[in-house]
Design a protein around this ligand. Structure first.
Ligand SMILES: [Cu+2]
Length: 150
């Protein structure tokens, strides 16, 4: 490879890098959902199931619909809600979660939550997860790992 070709290759890689960064920024901007206070509840020792909670603020003037979530430290993630049936509280999976324009939807213990299945035994201190919306946009979220027994 000549010196000139090598330089051109490097420039090519740099341009490709810049394009992918701007695509990520565009995707985040499109999402227009502010995520606050995101945390993953540390599972009970020996368990591989837990839940994640957060506040989702839709700052846009259009409703947004959360359809899925994924993380590389969990086998699968479901959107859950709680319902009361004859005085018994039950969890139920919902296929999507609507975020009305300009409103904040809270995922909190006893209510809406992200149910985490197949957790890795070592969870990162700041678990990252990806929230995906109906329009195909996905958003990276950094959560805290919280030990609720403390
Ligand atoms: Cu659940």
């Amino acid at each position: 490879m000549s010196k000139k070709t090598a330089v051109l290759n490097i420039v090519g890689v740099m341009v490709a890098g810049l394009i992918s960064i701007s695509q990520v920024q565009a995707a985040n901007h499109g999402a227009a959902v502010n995520v606050e206070d995101a945390y993953v509840r540390m599972p009970i020792p020996g368990r591989t199931m837990s839940a994640a909670f957060m506040k989702l603020e839709n700052t846009s003037d259009q409703k947004r619909v959360l359809t899925s979530a994924k993380a590389d430290w969990a086998k699968s993630i479901e959107i859950h809600t709680h319902t009361h049936e004859n005085g018994v509280m039950k969890m139920r999976e919902i296929s999507s979660l609507e975020l009305p324009a300009g409103k904040t939807v809270e995922l909190e213990p006893g209510g809406l939550h992200l149910m985490l299945f197949g957790l890795h035994s070592e969870l990162p201190a700041k678990p990252q997860l990806s929230l995906c919306y109906q329009d195909g946009h996905c958003q990276q979220v950094t959560a805290e790992l919280k030990d609720m027994r403390k």
